[in-house]
Write a protein that binds this ligand. Sequence first.
Ligand code: ARG
Length: 459
Amino acid sequence: SSNQMWGGRFADAPDAIMEAINASIGFDKRLAAQDIAGSRAHAAMLAAQGIVTDSDASAIREGLLTVLSEIEGGTFQFSTALEDIHMNVEARLKEVIGDPAGRLHTGRSRNDQVATDFRLWVRDQLDAADAGLTALMRALVAQAEAGADWVMPGFTHLQTAQPVTWGHHMLAYVEMFGRDRDRVRDARKRMNESPLGAAALAGTGFPIDRHMTAEALGFDRPMANSLDAVSARDFALEFLSVASISAMHLSRLAEELVIWSSAQFRFVTLSDKFSTGSSIMPQKKNPDAAELIRAKIGRIFGANVALMMVMKGLPLAYSKDMQEDKEQVFDAADNWLLALAAMEGMAGDMKANVPALESAAAHGFSTATDLADWLVRETGLPFRDAHHVTGTLVARAEAKGCDLPDLTLEEMKAVHEAIDETVFDVLGVHNSVASRTSFGGTAPARVREQVASWKEALA
Ligand code: ARG
């Protein structure tokens, strides 16, 4: 027999293959709570506007709570023949309360219904991501506070560049995740408008009150254009874009943890809680969580591209193509939130190997820039010439197989006669970082200021 919701003009039931390609209930059941909240707000509005009776509206609103408790309790029988969450809920409502259920869909369409449900769902995910980013930032600020003056090598090209402080490195990620959180908040603000009441595409002749349903659902206002309301998925794309950028930041930190926890670097020890062993090599402690976080951007950015491609070139208003939006967003949201939580746990628990950090910082001529700066300051050489002199000294040290502070004063004077013994004061890594007090610089004093301001911002 034909579909009980729209089968009026149909004589035949859909082919099994048609049902398989058309049904979304397998995944959009995740919108159940949002669907029911939207329907309850709609029913209350219909009664307030005199479009349905108060008693029908209360039967609908009560019945929807029964349906919700069946879904949450796992006793609800989902049906593929009923296509999606909207019709599954409405059909069950009919069984629970009878005829008044048929009045719920007045002045509404599945097109504005699904757009409403999905916005509510994405909004919840943005709030969860906000909390996840905040927790991660707190964990990194705690690391920064503990190691505001631990010295480690800073890298460019993954080659030792200049000494930096551990705290400064941690706070670099706090800045990134802070911008991610700002993007989450911006996206939330922009998407928080209600499509409900746009109906199929053109609005409705019933005297509905879209402001009332918008307010009941926590939206800031109803969307201004009914065609846009049912057609727009840029809120989902913005979610995926924000998630992609954040996953990119997570992948960079994850990559550093993979490198830092290697036997060659030994910069950090990851806790047992966030590592795994090998089934054959007994000595192994692998950074699997970091590797998986590093990989998550693949599926998250993939979802972003996939939905962009689905939406590209779609004429207004609704097309069934848009049903393909949900699985991408569900998967990206699940994996972004999981990656945030795993990174919070792993970065919060990791132990820095302070002597290894410091000894790595002291190798690889990391204070060559300090030496060049000293020549400029103390001998008046132009920086370009000081750079050349320092380069020559690095070459001498390299040939001798030592670091810059291990050259004798005579060896230095042979390259540039104005060098005196005070140069050795700037060749140590602690002096180096302490000297970098420019705003935003790596000096422990600066890092402590930044830690204090982040702690206040995250309190
Ligand atoms: N399951 C559909 C979706 O996710 C709901 C909207 C159906 N609307 C329609 N005109 N067929 O997009």
